[in-house]
Design a protein around this ligand. Structure first.
Ligand code: COA
Ligand code: MG
Length: 296
């Protein structure tokens, strides 16, 4: 199943060098787990991390959680070895750090092909450089290209703040144009959109505000760095009980025989159109996917 159809409310990073974190993740209620070989792993720990990531991917111990491997860039000494290792026990997706152009996205797919990664293995791309922000239209076009592996865009604010010199603010107003641009590109390219991390993992109030922003901006999920952040993301990035009830009412209204063939109808004193019925069906499908036992 494409990750486009899976719940991705909570996407937890962990350094693949941290054996304790890899073990703990087997029982955490995250929808997806990103085994990181890149920035969370020090150069001297890269080989251990790669070995542990491969063992984790091969273990079959993570149930239905979507497993993603964040590799080192192809311009580093580790990138190609990371892809070769992934071929031995493939994750659902390879997450590429710091791509800055559609060429970067195509080159890594060529390297994935050469490494023997099955075509079903997706590519997820970080958006964490100024050049990536400028190239978002090309990223969307790559998402629509027939045969492309690209399936998700993942915002990386920590890198973006440093490179652009914008200041991180508690309410994230300096990042909002980027966040919105990434969601827009994702929709234009039929891609999953994942929000950046909240570094202050002890501050649940701040995480709650960020999840609310993520939801309202249209993100599919939020990337996380600590187990304590999972429950809130799962709750806030799922359709609420009210949204589900509303979606059911809209679908039911359009299914009434007297509304057959109509494009716009009246429901509770306001207009709803066929496009709202399509959105309501999407909400119900998402809710159903989230109701499946994802975390045994
Ligand atoms: N995934 C899985 N388990 C994690 C985890 C994570 N991201 N972060 C912490 N844990 C585990 C710890 O190993 C510890 O397990 P234990 O109870 O078995 O000992 C437990 O959760 C509590 O951890 P805590 O003591 O609160 O945090 P810490 O000081 O050990 O770790 C960080 C703090 C920030 C170093 C850690 O959360 C981390 O490495 N996060 C991910 C960083 C990352 O991947 N960054 C790259 C993308 S931005
Ligand atoms: Mg980064």
């Amino acid at each position: 199943m494409s990750t486009r159809d899976r719940p991705l409310r909570s996407v937890l990073y962990m350094p693949a060098s941290n054996a304790r974190a890899l073990e703990k993740a087997k029982s955490l209620p995250a929808d997806a787990i990103v085994l990181d070989l890149e920035d969370a792993v020090a150069p001297e720990a890269k080989d251990t991390a790669r070995r542990q990531a491969v063992a984790a991917l091969a273990s079959g111990a993570y149930g239905p959680r979507t497993l993603v491997l964040r590799v080192n860039g192809l311009d580093t000494e580790w990138g190609r070895a990371d892809l070769a290792a992934a071929a031995a026990s493939p994750p659902a997706a390879i997450l590429l750090p710091k791509p800055s152009s559609a060429d970067d996205l195509r080159n890594v797919q060529t390297a994935m092909d050469a490494a023997g990664l099955p075509v079903s293995i997706e590519l997820w791309a970080m958006v964490e450089t100024a050049r990536a922000l400028v190239a978002l239209g090309d990223f969307a076009a790559e998402g629509r290209r027939e045969g492309s592996r690209l399936a998700a865009l993942v915002v990386g604010l920590n890198d973006l703040y440093v490179e652009t010199r914008a200041r991180p603010r508690a309410d994230r107003w300096t990042a909002l144009p980027w966040l919105s641009a990434v969601v827009t590109a994702a929709r234009a390219g039929d891609l999953v959109a994942l929000d950046s991390v909240c570094n202050d993992f002890r501050d649940a109030e701040r995480l709650g505000r960020e999840c609310e922003q993520a939801r309202d901006l249209g993100f599919d999920g939020k990337t996380l760095i600590h187990p304590d952040q999972i429950a809130l993301a799962n709750e806030m990035l799922a359709p609420s009980a009210e949204e589900i009830a509303e979606a059911r009412a809209i679908v039911a209204a359009f299914e009434k025989p007297e509304h057959a063939g109509k494009g716009a109808i009246r429901l509770d004193g306001r207009m709803v159109e066929l496009l709202h019925a399509a959105a309501a069906r999407r909400t119900l499908a998402r809710a159903a996917a989230m109701a499946r036992p994802a975390h045994p």
